[in-house]
Design a protein around this ligand. Sequence first.
Ligand code: CA2
Length: 143
Amino acid sequence: MKTIAIVNGPNLHRLGQREPGVYGDGSLADLEATLQAEAEQLGVALRFFQSNHEGALVEHLWELADAGVTGVIFNPAAYTHTSVALRDAIKGAGLKVIEVHISNVHTREAFRHHSYISPVAAGVICGLGLKGYSLALHALAGQ
Ligand code: CA2
């Protein structure tokens, strides 16, 4: 069975608790439950991870590669715009990553327009709310 990982970066553990106009009102637990139900329909296994720490995310990406996951749905949150370390981990580990952002980063502040992750991602989804994770899951499950 394929295994797909869902990895979320800093502050996303508080999803649904602040800024609902930007990020919606669903919690991270709600999102994970929705994706789990979809994965069962698709016949794939999921692994979930969230961290507020860049190094923990780097280490987790390497663990996912060592475990042979099929793909990673990754919302690096603010580290999208700052982290060479996460980019190097994805490239170095040879992971197939779909970068997901809940908001449309291109309609927001200029500092959100650049992603260190996109050049090493297989695909990028942004601005579709939590639905973006489901779309990425279907894409990876279908490959
Ligand atoms: O739109 C996205 O998914 C982002 O990755 C979210 C990041 C932001 O830095 C990126 O530019 C775009 C921020 C996540 C903050 O999450 C919160 C959760 C609850 C309350 C407030 C923020």
